[in-house]
Design a protein around this ligand. Structure first.
Ligand code: SF4
Length: 375
């Protein structure tokens, strides 16, 4: 620690990145196409399409959007014959790891395996008898395809209903462990588990308990979390606790919103926790009565343009000179708006002062320069 004249302690800036989270808990590695889940691999970001899977064109378009936002793995529902029929083309053209989401009908899981899917998600609460689970496991083992046992509080098998009343987290964990036992009995260990509820405290408690008794990688998520803003807050508050304890190998932020937003929210969260490099960081002041330019509009524009920059880049957009120069010192590009001019900083040094009217174009040019593009 360094000390100022007035004896206030300030942290010494060593330039080193401080670890935000406890070390990741050891889990077994599961290969989902080219992406590894668990075994100390980076936390994989997932999302799910919301198109009719039978509409291959629309589904492929959404998969491409999710891939360009950075999704590592995309899940599609396989819920009817049209979806099963479209799957071979989707798998062929998507060129990324895809998970088939299966409920009620184990034949859809067999069809998805036949189509070349990279992972299955089955829900032990509604997939039917254990003979069906065994049949799916044997077919998955034949093709080297892992299975996620996706336990969900809203669809727990009736045998856990009583336990759910007194110990909801315990019911989630017990359902997962029982299902893993069914799979283990046929020699199937290539598994990932998710323990989801719409109640954050149940998710946290279930995932903590499961991590104490199993090395199976965990897929984290708060189910039915809500709309863009509420759901992101609910999910990140929950998943942030678990991830900071070293729990979690892959995740989805489930939102009632465009699925691309799920991927963006996941990367912002993982970046904040120091677990993944997400996007270039845009520091933007919250604005107040001193603001001299339209920070909200400019910051949104910069955030969009900055997606093309390497994730270690920092751009600060500050509405006045109170904190502007200070923030610019640790940014690759910074602006601090004054009464008549705007100061442009490059790598912490004042580069020049420009007219406010030129600001938008100058920002575009400066970001193009950071990308190494001709301006
Ligand atoms: S940087 Fe200036 S405009 Fe922005 S919040 Fe701080 S004082 Fe207000």
């Amino acid at each position: 620690m360094a000390m100022t004249d007035d004896a206030t302690f300030i942290p010494k800036d060593t330039g080193e990145r401080q670890p935000t989270c406890r070390p990741r808990r050891p889990t077994r590695a599961v290969q989902v196409g080219r992406v590894q889940i668990g075994g100390q691999a980076p936390v994989a970001v997932q999302s799910m399409t919301c198109t009719r899977t039978g509409d291959a064109e629309a589904t492929l378009q959404q998969i491409r959007e999710l891939a360009s936002a950075g999704a590592d793995i995309v899940r599609v529902t396989v819920n009817d014959d049209a979806a099963a029929a479209a799957l071979p083309r989707i798998v062929r053209e998507a060129n990324m790891p895809l998970v088939a989401d299966i409920h009620y009908d184990h034949k859809m899981a067999l069809a998805a395996l036949h189509a070349g899917i990279t992972k299955l998600r089955i829900n032990p609460g509604n997939i039917g008898g254990r003979d069906k689970v065994r049949e799916v496991a044997l077919a998955a083992a034949d093709r080297g395809v892992p299975i996620r046992v996706g336990v969900n509080r809203g669809s727990l098998h009736k045998r856990y209903r009583e336990l759910r009343q007194i110990d909801p987290a315990g019911a989630l964990v017990q359902s997962a462990l029982d299902e893993l036992e069914v799979l283990a009995a046929v020699g199937f260990f290539d598994v990932v588990v998710s323990l989801k509820s719409s109640e954050p405290h149940e998710v946290i408690e279930a995932c903590r308990r499961f991590s104490r008794v199993s090395d199976v990688p965990q897929h984290l998520g708060v189910t039915e979390a809500g709309t863009l803003q509420a759901g992101t807050a609910r999910s990140t508050a929950t998943l942030g606790v678990l991830l900071s304890e070293g729990i979690g190998d892959t995740l989805r932020i489930s939102l009632a919103a465009d699925p691309v937003e799920e991927v963006k929210a996941a990367f912002h969260m993982l970046q904040a926790l120091g677990l993944r490099a997400g996007y270039a960081r845009v520091v933007a002041c919250p604005t107040c009565g001193r603001v001299e330019v339209d920070v909200m509009r400019l910051a949104a524009m910069v955030e969009e343009l900055a997606k093309e920059l390497p994730p270690d880049k920092v751009i600060s957009v500050m509405g006045c000179i109170v904190n502007g120069p200070g923030e610019a010192k640790s940014a690759d590009l910074g602006i601090a708006a004054g009464k008549s001019k705007v100061a442009i900083y490059r790598q912490g040094e004042l580069h020049r002062n420009i007219d406010k009217d030129d600001l938008e174009q100058v920002l575009r040019d400066e970001i193009a320069r950071l990308r190494g593009l001709p301006q």
